[in-house]
Design a binder for this molecule. Structure first.
Ligand SMILES: Cc1cc2nc3c(=O)[nH]c(=O)nc-3n(C[C@H](O)[C@H](O)[C@H](O)COP(=O)(O)O)c2cc1C
Length: 181
C-alpha cells in the first residue's frame, strides 16, 4: 500500500479476533522498529513480545486491573509487546539535558510507529497503550525494577467492520504554516 493510504487506513484497534499471530509477521514488525532513527543512533529500546496465551492472560490481568481497567480490552489481543525504554547514549542524554528534551521518548515513539505501520501493512491491528500498571508488568516478566516502561503495543488480527468511529484530525491550515508561526 502507498504510505499515505496506509496512514489513512490505520486506526487504533480495540477488538481483536481470537487468532494467533504468526511469529514471522511479528519478526517483520520488529525489523521495522529496529530500523528506526534515534538521537545519536542510541536505539534506546528493547521489545519483549508476549504471545504465550497463558502468560499473556496473566500479564493482562495484572496490567489492566483497578484504575487501569479502561484498557481491559487488551486481554482480547493475542500479542502484547512490552517496550522497555533504555538509556540513550551519553551524548544524547547530555544534549537532551541542555535542550530540555527527552530524546529517548521521541526515539521510542518513532520505533513503535514503525512497528505499528508495518503491522498495518501486514493486515494486523495495533493499539498504543500508555495507561497500564508498570510495576505489575515488570514483576511478571522479571524486568528489573529500575527499567522504565512507557508504552505497550497490543497486536492481533481484527475485524475492520467492528472498528470504532474515526478520530478526527485537525485540518492542515491549523497545524502547519509556511515561513512564519
Ligand atoms: C502515546 C500514546 C498512548 C496511548 N495510550 C492509549 C491507551 O492507554 N489506551 C487506548 O485505548 N488507546 C491509547 N492510545 C491510542 C489513542 O487513543 C489513539 O491513537 C488516538 O485516539 C487516535 O485514534 P486512532 O489511533 O484510531 O487514529 C495511545 C496513543 C498514543 C500515541
Amino acid at each position: 500500500m502507498a504510505l499515505l493510504d496506509l496512514l489513512k487506513h490505520r486506526k487504533s484497534v480495540r477488538d481483536f479476533l481470537d487468532r494467533p499471530v504468526e511469529r514471522e509477521k511479528i519478526m517483520i514488525c520488529l525489523e521495522a522498529a529496529r530500523l528506526a532513527p534515534s538521537a545519536c543512533n542510541s536505539q534506546p529500546w528493547k521489545f519483549i513480545v508476549v504471545d504465550d496465551r497463558q502468560l499473556k492472560n496473566k500479564l493482562c490481568n495484572a496490567a489492566f486491573s483497578s484504575i487501569y481497567f479502561i484498557n481491559a480490552f487488551c486481554k482480547m489481543a493475542p500479542v502484547i509487546v512490552v517496550v522497555i525504554s533504555e538509556r540513550s547514549k551519553f551524548l544524547a542524554q547530555i544534549g537532551g539535558m541542555f535542550r530540555g528534551t527527552k530524546y529517548y521518548l521521541i526515539d521510542i515513539g518513532i520505533a513503535i510507529e514503525h512497528f505499528v505501520l508495518q503491522a498495518e501493512d501486514l493486515g494486523l491491528g495495533t493499539c498504543w497503550i500508555g495507561w497500564f500498571n508498570e510495576g505489575a508488568v515488570k514483576s511478571i516478566l522479571n524486568i528489573p525494577q529500575h527499567k522504565k516502561l512507557d508504552i505497550l503495543i497490543v497486536l492481533g488480527y481484527y475485524n475492520r467492520e467492528k472498528l470504532g468511529p474515526e478520530h478526527g484530525r485537525e485540518p492542515i491550515d491549523k497545524i502547519a504554516s509556511f515561513n512564519a508561526y
